[in-house]
Each structure stands twice: as C-alpha cells, then as structure tokens.
Ligand binder design. Sequence first.
Ligand code: GDP
Ligand code: MG
Length: 161
Amino acid sequence: HGSYNQKIDYVFKIVLIGDSAVGKSQLLARFSRDEFNVDSKATIGVEFQTKTLDIDHKTVKAQVWDTAGQERYRAVTSAYYRGALGALLVYDITKRESFDHMARLIGNKSDLGSLRAVSTEDAKEFAQSQNVFFMETSALEATNVEPAFVSVLTEIYRIVS
Ligand code: GDP
Ligand code: MG
C-alpha cells in the first residue's frame, strides 16, 4: 500500500545517453523493475520508465527516458531531451571508445573487471576535471544502480526545491 494514492511532489525527467550496447536499457530495467535480461534486444522506439522514490521526505517520480537504439546514428532528436532536468551518460568500462565519446560518466559493467579497459582512476580524474559526478555500476549485479539514479535526482531536487 502507499504507492496507489501517493501524492507526487515532483516529476523529474532524466535521459540516458551513451553508445549502443553500454547497458543503458539494462540499467533502466534494473532501476525501474529490478530486472536484468541477459538477452536484451536493442531498444525499439523511444520509451521511458518511471519509478517513484523518496528524496528528503518528498515523493519524487523519476521519468527516465531510454534511446531507441538511434545512438548509432547520432540521431537522437530534440524531443528526447525536451524537458529533461538531468542526464546519465553511460559508458562501458570494457570499451575504451564508449568512454572517449562521453562527456560525463556512469561506468557500467563493473562486474567485468578482468576485461577492464577504462581505469577507475582515469574516469575519476576526468570527472573531477569536469566537475561532474562519476560512479561505476553493474546492471547485472545491481551494484550502484539506484545510487547513480538517486544522485542525479537529488541534484535536480536541490536545484528546483
Ligand atoms: P544499450 O544499447 O546501451 O541499451 O545496452 P543494453 O542495455 O541493451 O546492454 C547491452 C549488452 O550489455 C547486453 O548484452 C547486456 O546484457 C549487457 N550488459 C548491460 N549491463 C551490463 C552489466 O552491468 N554487466 C554486464 N556484464 N553486462 C551488461
Ligand atoms: Mg538500449
């Protein structure tokens, strides 16, 4: 009970950005439904998932948008970003180029340490130089997924409240 008639204090749209196959859709599945699909298909059509959570005793509904696999074509449209208050920029710690393409950072697949191609130190140093948040996650093992989303939502909350 509780979630049915819950009063929503805030709705925050955030977007997931990053190269194809870095794990954006699985991070969202983990965050919104606590699921992980080993055989995830490329996302079809722009879609979003919502999750309601408490931040500072307020009820915040996160509306998290996932790209339609258009990331390959650099064709994500302005509608995707419209109204977004924050973004998680995701790279794959085992794919150097997925990091080089990024400005700011969620290093996903932290469970694949033996295949690591981007060191935590490199990413941390870069994030500090850009003054942006940085965290490594694993959608597979459910490591740091909620904290990654909560950190961006909390930052938005601090700005708008
Ligand atoms: P997207 O294109 O960025 O949405 O990436 P997907 O979420 O579809 O994931 C791409 C591939 O990476 C899939 O085979 C996933 O199962 C896998 N994957 C996603 N997250 C993780 C993770 O945290 N660890 C590992 N080992 N694999 C992951
Ligand atoms: Mg996807």
